[in-house]
Design a protein around this ligand. Structure first.
Ligand SMILES: [Fe+2]
Length: 294
């Protein structure tokens, strides 16, 4: 089958036809998908009736997997899925929705803020691939914002200001923003901030983008309140409606996005309803900036 992609909504999202993830990809299909990602940064595939093994095989045909180890508040014996998946559901290992005040749920609510996956890791994620197994009766959309368009829209003075800027990212910063602060000593150690550059250049297209995320909580060399206010202003500008695509999920949709060029956020949904979403992730090429000694 021939892979075709047509734009949906703002220029960052494309809808793909001609891909069946139950079958191995040809070399041409792999190339078409990567080219589509370079152009759009978000690709939507409908009606992919795949199991976990098929999602993994599809993901691996596009690159190297990033494992999800120690990135949530699930305890070691508490995982519903293997570490080749990030469990983006609201379900415990018995497939029961978390209670409303469950700590694991409250931590995950941090993902309702604009972010880029794994920006809290030294080597952050390249693509994320999210497959919808079950969806709530309402809400639960995922929104994507184009960080290339956001960069292009900056005035020259701000472009000069962000060039060479380095931020510190941590899941503790994004959770502090929503009032979640009760971390254990072990979690504080595990979630220690890492450094990321603010401006990224796409290795194929050469386009620059803003590497923003709610995980970004300080700017190296800046006083904290000034840094936080600056980051908040940038996120506000970068997520204006004209830069945003809203995905309304259907069961068996798989949406793939480039974390280097976009931010995303989940939208609220009824707490007692299951939302079973399974994410595989492609690892990035390496750190975006040299890390400071701990
Ligand atoms: Fe995410």
């Amino acid at each position: 089958m021939t892979v075709t992609i047509r734009q949906v909504g703002p220029c960052l999202a494309g809808e793909v036809d001609g891909v069946d993830m139950r079958k191995p990809l040809t070399r041409d299909e792999v190339a078409a998908i990567h080219a589509g990602m370079d152009r759009y940064a978000v690709l939507v595939f409908h009606d992919q009736r795949i199991d976990d093994g098929q999602q993994l095989a599809f993901t691996r045909s596009l690159g190297e997997i990033e494992h999800a180890i120690g990135t949530s508040l699930r305890a070691a014996g508490d995982y519903r899925l293997p570490t080749t998946f990030a469990d983006v559901s609201n379900l415990d290992k018995d497939n029961t929705p978390f209670a409303r005040d469950d700590r694991r749920r409250l931590f995950a609510i941090g993902n309702r803020q604009w972010h880029s996956d794994s920006s809290f890791k030294t080597t952050p994620a390249k693509y994320s691939l999210l497959h919808a197994i079950s969806i709530p009766s309402k809400g639960g959309d995922t929104q994507f914002a184009d960080m290339r368009a956001a960069y292009d829209a900056l005035d020259e003075e701000t472009k000069a200001e962000v060039e060479g800027m380095v931020c510190e990212h941590s899941q503790m910063f994004s959770r502090q923003l929503i009032g979640f602060t009760d971390f254990t000593d072990e979690e504080r150690e595990r979630f220690k901030p890492v450094r990321q550059c603010m401006v990224r250049t796409h290795p194929v297209t050469g386009r620059k983008s803003l590497y923003l995320s709610s995980h970004a909580g300080s700017i190296v060399g800046w006083p904290m309140p000034e840094a936080r206010a600056f980051l908040r202003d940038l996120v506000e500008q970068a997520t204006q409606r004209e830069f945003v695509y809203t995905h309304k999920w259907q069961v068996d949709d798989l949406v793939m996005w480039d974390n280097r060029q976009t931010m995303h956020r989940a939208r609220p949904f009824p707490a007692h309803e299951p939302r079973d979403m399974r994410r595989t992730t492609l690892a990035g090429d390496g750190p975006t900036v040299a890390q400071a000694a701990a």
